[in-house]
Design a protein around this ligand. Structure first.
Ligand SMILES: [Zn+2]
Ligand SMILES: [Zn+2]
Length: 316
């Protein structure tokens, strides 16, 4: 299958700090979109323009594959469901956020509340995180997943197929797709950011940085020549980028160990030491990354934890 000859990239805007989301149309029957972008007027308009340049309309889309259940990727899927009822495919573990983002996030937030309050973050941080999650909820609409995907499933086209790779860590149900040496990585490889995970453990409980790293390993085994990510420009030398991300992870881990050798800190104090002043949108990511590292370091017994007045302190 000539994937490169048949892929059309449409960049749609998002109101989030990371900028645009990549939507890919595979110009082969059945016409398939990989992700849709968020549910905003500007996304809808830009998607219509992008499809129009290829000679298509929204109603021509026959199938949508969602790389994961974050609103900047799946928010507009419901619109297609209303217009032309395409097949909508996603991994089982992100079905909840696609079908009911508000409810799923509420549940996750409750489940994580003990962990979050043990980090030592001031109560107003949680309020701000809540408000941010409500804002994210406004960028999507519930949409039924018509078929769930699992690792190694095939997505068939007229002249070939994509294989599904289960790559959790960024979200519990993140998937990547590949065909021969071309990879669609969703947010499993965010090369312009440091390694990050946002409570995306496969078990839906852990922060999931360990799963994120394992997924990177899995993707590196493909030795893909070209990757089409969820954000930013498509890139070549995929394994070099993965190596770069792994190095960034190791250097962040060392920074954390250096701080914890000097003093005992909560996750929130550690986050402030490592990242300095952060914007509100970044706190959730920052805390997620720090907790991800601490989860792994505690498991490896590289750091000790101590509970004091409801807070967890870490020390080498
Ligand atoms: Zn994402
Ligand atoms: Zn994204």
């Amino acid at each position: 299958m000539d994937v490169e000859g048949n892929v059309q990239r449409i960049v749609v805007p998002t109101p989030l700090p990371l900028g645009g989301t990549n939507v890919y149309l595979i110009e082969e029957k059945p016409y398939t979109l990989i992700d849709t972008g968020p549910d905003t007027e500007t996304t809808r308009a830009d998607l219509q323009i992008g499809l129009g340049k290829i000679g298509l309309e929204m109603k021509d889309v026959e199938r949508i594959v969602l790389t994961h259940g974050h609103v900047d990727h799946c928010g507009l899927a419901h619109e297609f469901a209303n217009i032309c009822n395409p097949e909508i495919l996603a991994h089982e573990k992100d079905r909840d956020t696609i079908e009911d983002f508000g409810g799923a996030i509420e549940k996750r937030f409750m489940e994580c509340s003990d962990l979050l309050s043990s980090t030592g973050a001031p109560p107003q941080t949680f309020q701000v995180i809540r408000e941010f999650l409500d804002f994210l909820d406004s960028l999507t609409h519930p949409c039924k997943v018509t078929k769930t995907l699992k690792d190694k499933d095939k997505i068939e086209f007229e002249s070939g197929a994509f294989e599904v790779l289960y790559t959790p860590g960024h979200s519990s149900g993140s998937i990547s797709l590949h065909s021969e040496d071309v990879l669609f990585s969703g947010d499993a490889l965010l090369v312009e950011n440091s390694p990050c995970s946002v409570f995306g453990g496969a078990d839906k409980k852990s922060v999931g940085l360990d799963d994120f790293l394992e997924s990177m390993e899995k993707l590196s085994k493909l030795e893909a020549k070209k990757a089409y990510p969820g954000h930013g420009e498509p890139f070549e030398k995929v394994n070099e980028k993965i190596e770069g991300m792994k190095k960034a992870y190791e250097s962040r881990k060392q920074t954390i160990l250096d701080y914890l050798e000097k003093e005992e800190l909560t996750a929130f104090e550690l986050m402030n030491r490592v990242f300095g002043i952060m914007s509100i949108e970044q706190v959730l990511m920052g805390l997620g990354e720090i907790l991800g590292h601490l989860e792994i370091l505690a498991e490896d017994k590289a750091v000790e934890t101590k509970e004091k007045e409801g807070l967890t302190y870490y020390k080498v």
